[in-house]
Design a binder for this molecule. Structure first.
Ligand code: AMP
Ligand code: MN
Ligand code: MN
Length: 316
């Protein structure tokens, strides 16, 4: 029996199912979560999806008004984690996962630690949502227009609008199938990639002003503090995309962006061609993908900057 057969068997058996994703959820996390949530509901199940906080950009997604912040159920029959590389990244709500009778991880991170009883991890997929499309088809669960909208949101956000190297012919084939269902790609694109909140614009401006170059312009570094976020009344997700400012400057190979939070310095790294930032972040206790990775460092911004630059100097 394949892993997917096992997972379907567990879905059939389970009376209570919870869907979880990583902290600071992005479009792939929320899109994958809601795609599976809607599919399981249509299948006759009554799953919960728990995401304590997420950017309001994604409030247009079908099913988002049913997302729970927490649950009275503590021991689910089945927990499914999506788009999440480690149990630690489930963060404050990992208990729903750890306490569940059966645990499943469906993901596309190369640094996935295989923390489920069943792990369906495909590191070639540019988005977890693309894997879900395969999974739902295997389960013979119909990909409705609503589900397709969630999946397309995941694919569009994680591929930066079909422009990153993970995009394959298969991605476009999948997307063509979704468009045939009448999904409005240009509307999703505008909502999730093009339109920025005012606070996001203000934070980007602050970060751009502070941006420094190292190693002959091959490294771009910038940061925002808690005070910066307060000063612009930032909401969840308003830091998204700032790391791309440095990445997109000619000559830059690695862009580093630090966001100061109560849990420490959240580091985002992006590379353009040859540096594997997932390896760099793994050495710093994090992980991710070859061209997009992150980690959290418990120190000041200045100390974090030094640690990161030291690691990068060896590979740049
Ligand atoms: P971000 O810069 O937060 O958008 O993250 C870029 C990629 O790295 C995403 O796929 C994250 O899931 C992953 N990532 C970020 N932080 C960590 C971490 N501490 N451990 C593992 N993966 C991470
Ligand atoms: Mn994600
Ligand atoms: Mn993803």
């Amino acid at each position: 029996m394949s892993t997917l057969d096992n997972i379907l068997e567990e879905i059939n058996k389970a009376e209570s199912i919870v869907i979880l994703t990583h902290e600071n959820p992005d479009g792939d996390a929320i899109g994958s979560g809601l795609a599976l949530y809607n599919a399981l509901k249509n299948y006759g199940k009554n799953p919960d999806i728990i995401i304590p906080e997420y950017p309001r950009t994604f409030e247009f997604l079908p099913g988002s008004d049913e997302i729970k912040k927490e649950s009275e159920i503590t021991k689910y029959d089945l927990a499914i984690s999506l788009d999440c590389a480690t149990i630690k990244m489930l963060n404050g709500f990992a208990n729903y996962f750890e306490d569940a009778k059966v645990k499943v991880s469906i993901d596309h991170h190369s640094t996935n630690t295989m923390f489920g009883d069943y792990n369906y991890v495909s590191t070639d997929a540019p988005a977890c949502a693309q894997i879900l499309l395969i999974v739902l088809e295997y389960f013979k669960m119909e990909v409705t227009k609503d589900i397709g909208t969630c999946i397309l949101t995941g694919i569009i956000t994680d591929t930066g609008g079909f422009k990153y190297s993970g995009v394959t012919a298969e991605t476009f084939e999948f997307v063509a199938g979704l468009l045939n269902k009448g999904i409005n790609v240009s509307k999703i694109y505008r909502k999730v990639l093009q339109t920025k909140t005012r606070a996001n614009f203000e934070l980007t401006r602050i970060a751009a002003d502070r941006l420094e170059f190292f190693e002959d312009g091959k490294i771009a570094f910038t940061y925002i503090t808690k005070e910066d976020e307060e000063s612009v009344n930032a909401e969840n997700g308003d830091h998204e995309g700032i790391v791309e400012t440095g990445r997109d400057i000619e000559g830059v190979e690695v862009s580093v962006f630090i966001r100061q939070t109560d849990k420490g310095c959240k580091v985002s790294m992006r590379s353009n061609e040859y540096v594997n930032v997932s390896d760099v972040c793994l050495l710093l206790g994090g992980g991710g993908h070859i061209h997009a990775a992150g980690c959290t460092l418990q120190c000041t911004i200045e100390q974090a900057k030094e640690k990161i630059l030291r690691q990068l100097k060896g590979v740049i």
